[in-house]
Write a protein that binds this ligand. Structure first.
Ligand SMILES: NC(=O)c1ccc[n+]([C@@H]2O[C@H](COP(=O)([O-])OP(=O)(O)OC[C@H]3O[C@@H](n4cnc5c(N)ncnc54)[C@H](OP(=O)(O)O)[C@@H]3O)[C@@H](O)[C@H]2O)c1
Length: 191
């Protein structure tokens, strides 16, 4: 059975973007970039991988990415049909047109049912890229979290998960800190 991992950058007050989708206030430095380029290399956008040596190395941890329509759209608006072209990409949307000749699969039906099918297939892990609405729809299916906690309070914005009140417990596996003041916390779901 494959795991679903929600890997996400959040502020100290739990936001993944500002109220108008701002993400440029999250600090990034070289020390942190190294982590992204090594053990998380599978799930870096293809243009980031292309800029690194070893971008053609085989996938080791993840082979599938899931996106909500609003998380996918910024790439689409720049003419990038397949932002994680090294992965099998699945976008959940009831409104997006099927782009012609795109390797991206658009799913218009229940995300939970589709994720359960994916989990039952052979392969590497499944990366949930967000956003908040899709993570809320898939809350019961999330097996692992990798949370990049940034040392900034946004005050308002898009929360990590949009869902009704449903306390959901995770066990802390690992914590690492970086020179940009960011902590990366890894958790496994307690079922
Ligand atoms: N900090 C980070 O690491 C990070 C990572 C990812 C995203 N973000 C930010 O998060 C924001 C986007 O998140 P969001 O919550 O607004 O949107 P989202 O979850 O990315 O996308 C929402 C859309 O996905 C589709 N969808 C979601 N749940 C569905 C369901 N149950 N059934 C069918 N379709 C479903 C719907 O598309 P239709 O309306 O087409 O049906 C819905 O409008 C952006 O600002 C982005 O920059 C931040």
């Amino acid at each position: 059975m494959r795991d679903l991992t929600y890997y996400i950058g959040v502020t100290l007050d739990g936001f993944i973007a500002g109220p108008s989708d701002e993400v440029d206030f999250f600090p990034v430095t070289d020390g942190f970039a190294e982590l992204l380029g090594t053990e998380l290399a599978d799930i870096q956008p293809a243009f980031v991988r292309a800029g690194r040596s070893g971008a053609d190395e085989p996938l080791t941890r993840f082979d599938t990415v899931l996106m909500g329509r609003r998380t996918y759209e910024p790439a689409l608006e720049q003419g990038i049909l397949d932002p994680y072209s090294q992965l099998r990409s699945i976008v959940f949307s009831t409104t997006l047109e099927d782009p012609a000749d795109s390797p991206v699969e658009i799913v218009r039906t229940d995300p939970v049912a589709r994720v359960r099918e994916l989990k039952a297939e052979d392969g590497l892990g499944i990366y949930l890229a967000g956003g908040s609405l899709l993570a809320g729809a898939l809350l019961d299916e999330i097996d692992r979290l990798i949370v990049k906690k940034y040392p900034v309070i946004a005050g308002a914005g898009i929360p990590m998960v949009r869902h009704g009140f449903q306390p959901t417990s995770f066990g802390l596996d690992r914590v690492r800190t970086f020179d940009n003041g960011c902590a990366v916390l890894e958790y496994t779901r307690i079922r």
